[in-house]
Write a protein that binds this ligand. Structure first.
Ligand code: BLG
Length: 490
């Protein structure tokens, strides 16, 4: 009897315990959605980043930058809106990420490793970069770590570069450096450029992006091997969002999105070289102001981005109205006789007429492209057609198709264009020989000039960093550019 009672009590206790467990776990599930579910429920992905040309910045077209573009596509893939927050420095960024109710992730050119690893979870890497020591051209070039002794060195506070220097200091105690939390990478590069400090450390992608603004900055040596940048998520056992991030980044690697973004932001950075960068900066000051109004007017009339038109003008003639090529192509926008006639240009050497005619022609060739070419590629194809003509461009697209490449993607067709100058290839084409390699440079250069013009005409640049760094842009910065169609951009 007693045994029976005990076993009944036991069973009842077990039953109750099971009920309580189910109740609690049921409640927990209902009350605490996963990180991914929260994002989906809110309809918003909150991303924290840094305001710099290599990560995120704003121009009059809105938000732009490598990290922004990548994060935007991730938010799109989740079907939610992207909300961007910016941090003043890396400590602030990691602090914000770790706080209750903080952003969902940080996308800011972060290098995993060091002390931070315990505070956050890093994603798969999406970009390989090399840390580089930079110095000022004209000073003696440091070639190895011990050359950094007794130099004035500043790096970003809490950065992987600061950690690298701390390591070096163990070996070379005379290395001293300051960690700054008030500056961005562009500030440090400016300080090297003007000789305020001797050395800083920068990741290769950031240097590539900024080199043109700081023509005196030179690479001294690479500090260590390349490493992958990654996004960071707050520390947690909940991997739901992290798994989505990783799947997205892996796919972006496979389907070419990452390559396209690299091509857009970092791929054409070596194009101008030091001399070109310096000269462009000078011409921005001295020449552009004379013609800026004409570019703006044409841009407004044709609903095109005036800065792209100005970039074409620079590539064609370095903004010189009396430019003449060996083949008799003339004027600021380098119109052939035939184009000038078709566009109603009576005097090719008249800057205003040349800009109007060239701009109109650019829009015309863009409109004539097949519908299958979508922006942003459509813009690059239109530039190519402006230079080489629609017929040869078509040949290059056909070659791409024959090679199993995509004839609607600039990244693919630009590989084929140089073949138009090689007999084994051009003899198979309809329109034959053409200097397609030059067209590839033509487009790359214009994209580079366009990037620079976009960066220097963004709101916060007016009288800002670039003015301080010596790149005064009186004409460009005084008047406000009108809104431009976003299809001109990636
Ligand atoms: C372009 C024309 C296209 C023409 C192509 O040549 O000129 N563009 C303009 O006039 C704006 O119309 O295409 S076609 O009509 O379909 O045949 C091909 O002929 C100009 C190019 C030529 C190039 N710059 C604009 O980009 C140039 O000046 N080449 C000469 C270089 S040099 O003499 O060796 O220095």
């Amino acid at each position: 009897m007693l045994a029976l009672t005990v076993s009944r009590v036991r069973r009842t206790a077990w039953f109750l315990a099971a009920c309580i467990f189910l109740l609690i776990s049921g409640c927990t599930e209902a009350k605490v959605p996963t990180a991914l579910e929260r994002v989906q429920k809110d309809g918003v992905l909150r991303v924290i980043t840094r305001n710099s040309p290599a990560t995120y910045f704003q121009d009059r077209n809105g938000d732009t930058g490598f990290e922004y573009e990548l994060a935007k596509r991730f938010a799109d893939s989740l079907g939610v809106k992207l909300e961007i927050e910016t941090a003043d420095n890396l400590d602030d960024l990691y602090g914000q990420l770790g706080r209750e109710g903080g952003p969902n992730l940080a996308a800011a050119g972060l290098t995993p490793g060091g002390d931070r690893s315990s505070q956050v979870r890093y994603s798969h890497s999406y970009l390989d970069v090399t840390p580089q020591v930079v110095f000022r051209n004209g000073e003696q070039r440091p070639t190895r770590p011990e050359d950094l002794e007794d130099k004035r060195i500043v790096v970003l506070k809490g950065s992987s570069h600061a950690a690298q220097l701390a390591e070096l200091k163990k070996q070379f105690p005379r290395i001293t450096y300051r960690e700054s939390d008030a500056d961005e990478m562009v500030d440090l590069l400016r300080m090297v450029d003007v000789g305020e400090i001797d050395v800083t450390l920068v990741d290769s992608n950031e240097l590539a992006m900024n080199q043109v603004y700081f023509p005196n900055v030179r690479v001294a040596f690479d500090l260590g091997d390349s490493r992958g940048l990654a996004w960071a998520l707050p520390a947690s056992d909940d991997n739901s969002l992290l798994e989505k991030v990783n799947a997205f980044l892996d796919k972006a690697k496979q389907d070419g999105l990452l390559q396209r973004l690299k091509d857009r932001y970092y791929g054409h950075v070596d194009v101008l070289g030091y001399v070109g960068a310096y000269t462009f900066a000078q011409h921005l000051q001295q020449r552009l102001p004379k013609y800026e109004q004409h570019f703006r007017q044409s841009g407004q009339k044709l609903e095109a981005d005036w800065r792209l038109l100005a970039a074409i003008g620079y590539q064609e003639s370095m903004w010189q109205p009396d430019a003449t090529s060996k083949t008799g192509v003339r004027g600021l926008m380098m119109l052939t006789n035939r184009t000038a006639q078709a566009m109603g240009v009576a005097n090719r050497l008249d800057a205003k007429q040349s800009i109007q005619g060239g701009s109109k022609y650019y829009i015309q060739v863009k409109d004539e492209l097949p519908e299958s070419i979508q922006d942003p590629d459509r813009t690059w194809f239109a530039l190519a057609a402006y230079n080489i003509g629609g017929a040869h461009l078509d040949d290059a697209r056909k070659l791409a198709e024959q090679e199993g490449l995509n004839p609607n993607k600039w990244l693919d067709v630009k590989k084929m264009l140089p073949r138009l100058a090689q007999k084994q290839w051009y003899r198979k084409t309809r329109y034959g020989y053409a200097r397609g390699g030059e067209t590839v440079h033509f487009v790359q250069n214009i994209r580079r000039y366009y990037d620079i013009l976009t960066w220097v005409t963004q709101p916060q640049m007016e009288g800002g960093q670039l003015a301080e760094s010596g790149l005064h842009l009186p004409g460009v910065n005084k008047t406000k550019p009108q809104d431009t169609p976003s299809d001109e951009k990636l």
